[in-house]
Design a protein around this ligand. Structure first.
Ligand code: DSN
Length: 423
């Protein structure tokens, strides 16, 4: 009972140490990931994991919830202040569960949703055919304009008038441009639809003032807490007061049982961290770094979808340089060089989602490490050199060494001993 993890289970410790070395010695460019702070991880791995607390503060189905109430109320109050929103439910376990709760609260099966298609940068839970949302609702999708590769609001408006959705979803996982939420509200109001903004990717930017907030314009806003927001894995639902009772009932008892109070406590810590001035500076640097990375990749001959980025991510159209190189192959070659990205469809992609013609890159993790524009230039050059020499193992190994050297200058988790590359 009181033994250390290293005594109880050296096997699992070894695996975690190997991943610590991976996280330290490689460049993490997946835009939906981040390094949670030590404080967030400390409370998430705490005794708060031991308690059942079905229900909400003051109305639990278990006794002994006095301190759970304190934790959850604090998380709610901090999220309300951070996003300047009327009501927050902090219990959703993940982003899909948060979106599920919104649909469950506001829609009936068969109702129409208008959302961004996954192939143009949306999300599975926005109504994709393979997801529950595509199965239970009538989904109409918008995409980006073929020429500008930006969302065309006239087209969104036309689709809204034609299909009269009950809910419009604005939000994406692979869209490098800002959203004009006031314009989305105008379209929703023109047909009396609810507006859901899923800001999972940009929540940190919104909290830090690096992207306009959807809160004044949306009925409901969902977000995960572990991406640019840099908290624990989880999600929240924010809404206007008029929807709060329905959202709460949808989360519990509608879709979930016991809340994860250890994670909710970690969310509270993350909201506190996000309300500090350093977080604002961090978010501004994420955006500056993304712009620098995008500009240098362009100088290296890569075409970026929509021509660049205004947020934390970018989509590289590999066909602009290497007709035969798929996103999947490119991501594997980059991993050989210690650069972790993910394959991603580009709008109007001729390849399948498992292969793709693009890769998606983001700057939240390398910015957390303290990297700035100078390092973005180096990283863009590493990417270009790796893909140019993708069949040359020795060159990829040399780049991997340079990547590890760069990473050594920007250590993650200073309190842990510097890990070595695994053999
Ligand atoms: N998996 C997230 C992303 O990578 O964008 C979305 O859920």
């Amino acid at each position: 009972m009181n033994k250390l993890l290293s005594e109880v289970d050296p096997q699992i410790v070894k695996i975690a140490q190997k991943d610590l070395a991976r996280q330290q010695n490689a460049l993490m460019l997946i835009p939906s990931e981040n390094y949670a702070s030590r404080a967030v991880m400390e409370i998430q791995g705490s005794i708060l994991a031991n308690k059942y607390a079905e229900g909400y503060p003051g109305e639990r189905y278990y006794n002994g919830c006095e301190f759970m109430d304190e934790v959850e109320s604090l998380a709610i109050e901090r999220a309300k202040a951070l996003f300047d929103v009327e009501c927050v439910n902090v219990q959703p376990h993940a982003g899909t569960q948060a979106n599920m709760a919104v649909y469950y609260a506001l829609l009936e099966p068969g109702d129409t949703i208008l959302s961004m298609s996954l192939s143009h940068g949306g999300h599975l839970s926005h109504g994709d055919a393979v997801n529950f949302s595509g199965r239970y609702y009538n989904v109409v999708t918008y995409g980006v304009n073929a020429e500008t590769e930006r969302i065309d609001m006239d087209e969104v408006s036309r689709l809204a008038q034609q299909h009269r959705p009950k809910l419009i979803v604005v939000g994406a996982t692979a869209y490098p441009r800002q959203f004009d939420f006031a314009e989305w509200r105008r379209v929703a109001d023109s047909i009396g639809a609810y507006l859901l903004a899923d800001i999972a990717h940009i929540a940190g930017l919104v909290a830090g003032g690096a992207h306009p907030s959807p809160v004044p314009y949306s009925d409901v806003v969902t977000t995960t807490t572990h991406k640019t927001l840099r908290g624990p894995r989880g999600a929240i639902v924010m809404c206007k007061a008029e929807h709060a009772a329905k959202i709460d009932r949808a989360v519990f008892p509608g879709l979930q049982g016991g809340p994860f109070l250890h994670t909710i406590a970690a969310k509270a810590v993350a909201f506190k961290e996000a309300s500090e001035p350093a977080f604002k500076a961090y978010q501004a640097q994420i955006v500056k770094n993304a712009a620098a990375l995008a500009a240098r990749l362009t100088q290296n001959g890569f075409r970026l979808v929509s021509g660049g980025t205004e947020n934390h991510l970018m989509l590289v159209d590999l066909t602009s340089k290497y007709e035969k190189l798929s996103g999947r192959q490119a991501a594997d070659h980059l991993e050989d060089a210690g650069i972790i990205v993910n394959k991603n469809s580009i709008p109007f992609d001729k390849r399948k989602p498992r292969t793709t013609s693009g890769i998606r890159l983001g700057t939240p993790m390398i910015t957390t490490r303290g990297m700035k524009e100078e390092q973005m230039h180096l990283i863009a050059d590493f990417i270009a050199e790796t893909l140019e020499n993708r069949q040359k193992t020795a060159i990829k190994r040399r780049i991997r060494e340079k990547v590890a050297e760069l990473c050594t200058q920007f250590p993650i988790y200073g309190y842990l001993s510097a890990p070595k590359l695994p053999e």
